[in-house]
Structure formats: structure tokens, C-alpha cells
Ligand binder design. Structure first.
Ligand SMILES: NC(=O)C1=CN([C@@H]2O[C@H](COP(=O)(O)OP(=O)(O)OC[C@H]3O[C@@H](n4cnc5c(N)ncnc54)[C@H](O)[C@@H]3O)[C@@H](O)[C@H]2O)C=CC1
Ligand SMILES: O=CCc1c[nH]c2ccccc12
Length: 289
């Protein structure tokens, strides 16, 4: 199913993005990116910080799928190695493309520390969009306060804020989510599966299990708790970034839009139980200062 989500600049983004940020710095992404594209993925999520843009580019090339059929994101390093535009030009060369579909400020951590820096970074991002080096521009790991700073002077509203989003972080993520919605900024989620991959045994587990059982009966296929989490994210209207080197798991994710929807009671139960705890999996330094 080719579900897309519209950005505030009119671009269409495939609902599921395949991430290349792994636990290993600089891990060669070519093989798993090629396999993901062959399985049906059309949206790739990279970053300068992952130090594997060249192999992401190789995976894309090896897949044989035309550039215009793919949506490619990269992100500005948390500590950029020079002017933003020149870092992006290096990324474009490594990726083997003339333009990325989406370029994000990966983190406001460094720029927050210097008066005026976030606003200056955003101005540079706007230039990049105007020059066509990135079709859309956005941010990642921005709190409401960070967004407010750049929105004061922005001539282009960020299209996206990519944040950690799952039930156990819904206490703080929902505040950012609501603000983004009000401003027309689409939320991209990462870490969506962490309730089952990192924090299993929590109070959301039984709700995921019972929803999975109901959806399995209704769809006549076996639905997993991971697919229920993915369904929750889809019904929140976010673009999902996930990853897996296993083709079977990518297929599982790609099948989710065809499953019946969660009921409003199931959604409320997931959020109510999730709100009882706070667990941040990634980028803690950006949020906990
Ligand atoms: N902007 C940012 O600061 C960040 C961005 N990201 C991006 O998001 C991507 C995904 O990040 P994660 O947090 O790892 O995503 P995630 O929470 O979706 O977890 C993915 C992991 O879950 C497992 N998995 C995948 N499919 C599964 C399934 N169907 N059932 C059970 N387990 C499954 C795999 O082990 C995989 O490594 C990264 O590769 C990166 O591109 C990730 C973290 C921070
Ligand atoms: O994008 C955030 C998480 C992540 C995964 N791998 C790396 C490598 C370097 C910085 C951040 C990350």
C-alpha cells in the first residue's frame, strides 16, 4: 500500500522510512538498504552522524530503483564539520544524488548553547531549500522551546520534527506532538518499537497483546504487538522511521496499513498505560539538560 503523508510545502512522504542509524558507528548500510528497497521500502533515513551515507548511497544504487521513486533524508551532524551548506554538499556527493528530499537539523543541543545560533542555523537551512539542495527542510529532537525560537524569525516553517515517540514517552512527546500539529509541522517518529524491544514487560504489553489478538481474528493473519505499536503511530498521523536487517520484519511493518484500525478504547488504553512511566531511549542529552 503506497500511503503518503503531505508536508506543509506540498511534498509527499512515504509513511514508513527505513533508518540507517545503528548501534555501530559507520556500519556499512549498502546490503540492508538494498534489501529494504527490494522489499518495498521507498523512504530512507540517513544522517551525517551515522557516518555511512556513502554506503546508503551504494545500497540505493545497487537496488536499481530510480532516484525519483525514492524519498531520501539526511541530517546535519550534531556538531557540524563546517558551514551547513558545505556539509550537505559532502552528503550529496556521498549519497550520489543532486538533492535530498528532506534535510533535518539532527539536534539543537550545540546551537542552543550560543545566543542566536539556532536562528542562524535555520536561516542557513532556508537558503538550502531555496537553492534546491534539499526539497524540504526540518528539525529533529526539538522541544517546543527550540521550535519557538526558530519560528520567531522563520520565513519557512519546518516541515518535520523527528522525535522519539512511543507510549512510554507519550508524557513529553505528546506536548511536542500537539505543538507541531498546531503549527503544521509533521511529526516523524523514531524508537516506536522500543516498548517491545527495549522496555518489554511494561504495562502496555497486555494491551498490545489483546489488540493483536483481536486484529488477528479480524484480519485472518497473525498480527504482532509490534504491528499494534506501528498501527498506533499511523493513527496518530506520524511518519514512522524504523529499521531492521530482517526482511520478514520489514514485511511485517509494510503490512500494517492494510490491517483494521485500533479502536478509540484501545488507543486510550495504550496512552493511559504509557503515561504512567517515562522512558527515553535515545538522545537523552538533548532532553535532560
Ligand atoms: N533523529 C534521531 O535522533 C534518531 C533517529 N533514528 C532513526 O530511526 C531509525 C530507527 O530507530 P530505532 O529507534 O532503532 O527504531 P525502532 O524502535 O523502530 O526499532 C528498530 C529495532 O526494532 C527491531 N525490530 C524491527 N522490526 C521489528 C518487528 N517487526 N518486531 C520486533 N522487533 C522489530 C529491530 O531490532 C530494529 O533494530 C534509526 O535507524 C535512525 O535512522 C533513531 C534514533 C534517533
Ligand atoms: O539518530 C540518532 C541515534 C543514532 C544512532 N546511531 C547514531 C550515530 C551517531 C549519532 C546518533 C546516532
Amino acid at each position: 500500500m503506497s500511503l503518503t503523508i503531505s508536508l506543509n510545502d506540498g511534498s509527499q512522504v512515504p509513511w514508513l522510512g527505513f533508518g540507517t542509524g545503528t548501534a555501530l558507528f559507520g556500519q556499512d548500510a549498502a546490503t540492508f538498504v538494498k534489501a529494504a528497497i527490494e522489499t518495498g521500502i521507498t523512504h530512507l533515513d540517513g544522517a551525517q552522524a551515522y557516518r555511512n551515507e556513502e554506503t546508503l548511497g551504494k545500497g540505493i544504487k545497487d537496488s536499481g530503483v530510480k532516484r525519483e521513486k525514492l524519498f531520501i533524508t539526511t541530517k546535519l551532524a550534531e556538531t557540524p564539520a563546517g558551514p551547513i551548506k558545505s556539509t550537505l554538499k559532502t552528503s550529496l556527493k556521498d549519497l550520489g544524488v543532486d538533492q535530498v528530499d528532506l534535510f533535518l537539523i539532527h539536534s539543537p543541543f550545540l546551537a542552543r548553547k550560543e545566543e542566536g545560533k539556532l536562528k542562524q542555523w535555520w536561516k542557513e537551512m532556508e537558503e538550502i531549500k531555496k537553492e534546491g539542495l534539499a526539497k524540504s527542510i526540518g528539525v529533529s529532537n526539538f522541544k517546543v522551546e527550540d521550535l519557538q525560537v526558530i519560528l520567531e524569525d522563520a520565513t519557512i516553517i519546518p516541515s518535520v520534527n523527528q522525535i522519539e515517540m512511543h507510549p512510554y514517552i507519550w508524557d513529553t512527546a505528546s506536548v511536542v506532538y500537539d505543538f507541531c500539529k498546531e503549527k503544521g509541522i509533521v511529526v516523524q517518529s523514531y524508537g516506536g518499537l522500543s516498548p517491545i524491544t527495549v522496555y518489554s514487560g511494561g504495562s502496555v504489553d497486555p494491551i498490545l497483546a489483546s489488540a493483536a489478538e483481536r486484529l488477528s481474528k479480524e484480519s485472518g493473519t497473525t498480527v504482532s504487538p509490534g504491528q499494534v505499536l506501528t498501527k498506533w503511530l499511523i493513527q496518530k498521523g506520524v511518519i514512522i522511521i524504523t529499521t531492521s536487517s530482517k526482511v520478514s520484519r520489514i514485511k511485517e511493518s509494510l503490512a500494517v496499513p492494510s490491517l483494521p484500525d485500533l479502536t478509540s478504547d484501545e488507543i486510550s488504553a495504550i496512552e493511559t498505560e504509557g503515561l504512567k512511566v517515562h522512558k527515553r531511549y535515545r538522545m537523552r542529552h538533548v532532553f535532560d539538560e
